[in-house]
Design a protein around this ligand. Structure first.
Ligand SMILES: Nc1ncnc2c1ncn2[C@@H]1O[C@H](COP(=O)(O)OP(=O)(O)O)[C@@H](O)[C@H]1O
Ligand SMILES: [Mg+2]
Length: 363
């Protein structure tokens, strides 16, 4: 069965209309074009609104409308169907502006148009389909983010409170086996809470909705803060945790909380994947900014896996320790934060020997 495409051509020049009609009717493409024409903007919009077309072609010089005005009117009347505009000879600039306003494509009038019209319309149809699908997907994702942020968090809080009350013995004595199950439930509720928080944080930063407070800050002070916070965990694991900070580093503009989150993420990864040896936080003055490195003597990461490291949910199979704490979003969030500062983050590693994560903040 041949595909039927209903085309509305809006052009006041009858010769142009006829030639478009002829071109499409004789098109070698495996589709059957059915063409209707209109000679004014008003008539074109009227026909479009009756909704019997798959694609519309608008000339930009109509007696009752002109240029980008025509584009706006056509796109709004066309709704979900693609609009291709015809611009004057060698007027690509208008064509590009038309696309900015929502036209799907443009054709520059002239002898070459004959060969291109059919194919352009076909492509416009395909492109519009993809565009609508993408819009739907983005809307669905926005819905999901809303559901996650409101409707999933509230019941989780209630579950956690319930577990805490039962676990504390307030609701009656709890035996050792019951306690064990309650602890397991609690750890998993906490994990789910972390997953939700990280997921929402990622989406927020990714959608540029996170407010960053970028101002002059001292990176060494930040490194010391993280060192003090994470010190006890390192000590408990018997790791040699230290800082090597370059003295007299200039102040740099960054968001203190955001970069603290990055360094904390990197150090907590280092702690997680290092069984023995050392973890070091280093700061250095770079060429046009500051460079921070977090090194460990842990399990390392294979060359193959280095590329996927900063992807969402990028937990690597080869290093996958039984890790109830991880969400696989730490590095993806870190990358977003660093990129927001126009910096760079990367890793170097030797499997079995250890890993160093670097990031660079421009000054
Ligand atoms: N210092 C490290 N040494 C070895 N592997 C690491 C290190 N840091 C990160 N990884 C690998 O990268 C993965 C992704 O890290 P991340 O995004 O922080 O997620 P998570 O910590 O939640 O697993 C980790 O699961 C691990 O496989
Ligand atoms: Mg992590």
């Amino acid at each position: 069965m041949t595909l039927k495409i209903r085309v509305l051509v809006v052009d006041d020049d009858e010769v142009d209309c006829l030639s478009a009609k002829r071109t499409l009717t004789n098109s070698p493409l495996p589709v059957k074009f059915e063409i209707e024409t209109a000679g004014t903007m008003a008539k074109g919009v009227d026909k479009l609104k009756k909704g019997r077309f798959d694609v519309a072609v608008f000339d930009l010089g109509l007696p009752d409308s002109n240029g980008l005005e025509t584009v706006k009117g056509a796109v709004s009347a066309a709704g979900k169907i693609p609009v291709v505009v015809l611009t004057g000879w060698a007027d690509d600039r208008t064509g590009i502006s038309a696309i900015d306003l929502g036209a799907t494509d443009y054709l520059v009038k002239g002898p070459a148009i004959e060969n291109m019209l059919g194919r352009t319309l076909l492509y416009a149809l395909e492109r519009k389909k993809v565009e609508l699908k993408l819009k739907e997907a983005l809307a669905a994702k926005a819905d999901l983010v809303n559901i996650v942020s409101h409707d999933l968090r509230i019941p989780l809080t209630a579950i956690k409170e319930g577990i805490d009350i039962v676990g504390s013995g307030e609701a009656g004595a709890v035996n050792a086996e019951q306690k064990e199950f309650l602890d397991l439930a609690k750890r998993n509720v906490e994990r789910l809470t972390r997953l939700i928080t990280d997921f929402l944080d990622f989406e927020k930063i990714d959608a540029d909705k996170q407010q960053f407070n970028i101002q002059a800050n001292n990176i060494n002070e930040l490194a010391m803060d993280v060192y003090k916070t994470m010190g006890p965990v390192a000590k408990q694991k018997g790791l040699d945790f230290r800082v090597e900070l370059e003295e007299g580093l200039p102040k740099t503009e960054f968001d203190y909380d955001g970069i603290t989150r990055v360094v904390t993420n990197l150090v907590s990864n280092a702690l997680k994947f290092t069984a023995s040896g050392s973890i070091v936080i280093r700061t250095r003055k770079g060429e046009n900014g500051i460079k921070v490195a977090i090194s460990d003597t842990g399990c390392g990461i294979s060359k193959n896996d280095l590329g996927d490291l900063f992807k969402k949910y990028g937990q690597i199979k080869s290093t996958k320790v039984k890790d109830i704490e991880g969400t696989g979003l730490g590095l993806a969030i870190s990358k977003l934060i660093i990129e927001h500062h126009k910096g760079k983050i990367w890793a170097e590693s030797e499997p079995g020997k250890g890993t160093t994560f670097y990031f660079y903040l421009p000054s």
